[in-house]
Design a binder for this molecule. Structure first.
Ligand code: NAD
Ligand code: UFG
Length: 330
């Protein structure tokens, strides 16, 4: 089975490509490298001993994408490509709407034209806005607080409308919680340019003294220790969820949360990171960050029951692997 992986050089995409190759799928990556590096392809080869075909195309370029679909007989698509920085999306909303929506519409148009009807889409827990209760179930009301999140919700709506119009489509929407960790080899992981927005990349840079101090955004939330609570999931558990989604026998339009179901506070994560890696993470408490919610964790019951999704890595693994990746690649 030939799988087109858009954004396959990125953080979650690259781990998923490794899983797909290990499971015997043929993989084609399309990525414009706007947020990733070409050497990821060599690393994937080093880990799996298998090659992938790579097209350095922008999905917003319909002509190129069409030529790819004409050339390759694709069976299914996993669609990771997109811009994902929340604060940047607030500053440059048009760039986010243009990139994330045009790319997806072009992709779906090609899928229609070449009769490729199976797609797995990367959505996000951000579509739940501020949840009414916890854990979060897939049928909770949806809302967003920033343009990035709105692109995810709009794409979910586009996919839903497409399915209504043509129910031969087989669509899986995966709502990720907070992926951290890295591949055990130390070759693949998250390596953002500049100052990270997300917690784990920031913690790692403080531990390696590339940044002086971590600011913890608020300690007055109604949580175990006052800091924000999130559902951190190892990227390798998350990536395997995509293999399960491809293998799923259930047809139609399906939506699953991919999280561990476990809430961990920011301070608990920092303490665990220090303990597991035997390092110090210098931190200070500052005011809340605009747009943050107190707590967010999944019910992954539906993914467990219908996909057989069962995360196997714990918080210690996530902290160890995140640090190992950065140490190995400095
Ligand atoms: P990433 O930035 O590491 O990977 C995305 C990849 O898409 C990059 O390699 C980038 O170069 C590519 N890309 C972007 N726009 C493109 C375009 N127009 N044409 C071709 N390639 C393009 O991000 P990630 O963390 O691996 O996330 C993958 C997906 O999962 C994204 O859609 C993201 O929004 C979603 N997601 C991520 C998280 C997270 O915390 N990492 C959480 C929820 C959802
Ligand atoms: N945090 C800090 N200091 C930092 C960075 C983060 O205290 O320097 C805190 C935040 O306030 C929050 C927690 O750490 O309480 C997690 O923050 P992240 O920025 O790592 O992640 P978010 O939960 O805000 O959002 C992430 C992605 C979104 C995605 C969401 C759900 O950035 O794109 O997870 O999947 F939608």
């Amino acid at each position: 089975m030939k799988i087109l992986v858009t954004g396959g050089c990125g953080f979650i995409g690259s781990h998923t490509v490794v899983d797909l190759l290990n499971e015997g799928y043929e993989v084609i990556i399309v990525d414009n490298l706007v947020n990733s590096k070409i050497d990821v392809l060599d690393k994937i080869k080093k880990i799996t001993n298998k090659s992938v075909k790579f097209y350095q195309y922008d999905l917003c370029d319909y002509t190129k994408l069409d030529s790819l679909f004409k050339e390759e007989e694709i069976d299914a698509v996993i669609h990771f490509a997109g811009l994902k920085a929340v604060s940047e999306s607030v500053e440059k909303p048009l760039m986010y709407y243009e990139n994330n929506l045009y790319s997806t519409i072009n992709l779906l148009k090609c899928m229609m034209k070449y009769n490729v009807k199976k797609i797995v889409f990367s959505s996000s827990a951000t579509v739940y806005g501020s949840p009414k209760s916890l854990p979060i179930y897939e049928d909770f009301p949806l809302s967003t607080t920033n343009p990035y999140g709105t692109t995810k919700l709009m794409i979910e709506n586009i996919l839903t409308d497409l399915y209504k119009a043509d129910n031969s489509f087989d669509i899986t929407i995966l709502r990720y919680f907070n992926p951290i960790g890295a591949h055990k080899s130390g070759l693949l992981g998250e390596d953002p340019n500049g100052i990270p927005n997300n917690l784990m990349p920031y913690i790692v840079k403080v531990a390696t003294h590339e940044l002086p101090i971590l600011s913890i955004f608020g300690d007055d939330y109604d949580t175990v220790d006052g800091t924000g609570v999130r559902d951190f999931i190892h990227v390798c558990d998350l990536s395997y969820g995509h293999v399960l989604a491809l293998k799923n026998k259930k047809e139609g339009l399906k939506i699953y949360n991919l999280g561990t179901g476990q809430g961990t506070s920011v301070l608990e994560l920092v303490k665990m990171f220090e303990k597991v890696n035997n390092v110090e993470v210098n931190y200070k408490i500052v005011g809340r960050r605009d747009g943050d919610i107190a707590s967010c964790y999944a019910s992954n019951k539906k993914a467990q029951e219908e996909l057989g999704f069962k995360p196997k890595y714990n918080l210690e693994d996530m902290c160890r692997d995140s640090y190992n990746f950065v140490k190995s690649n400095r």
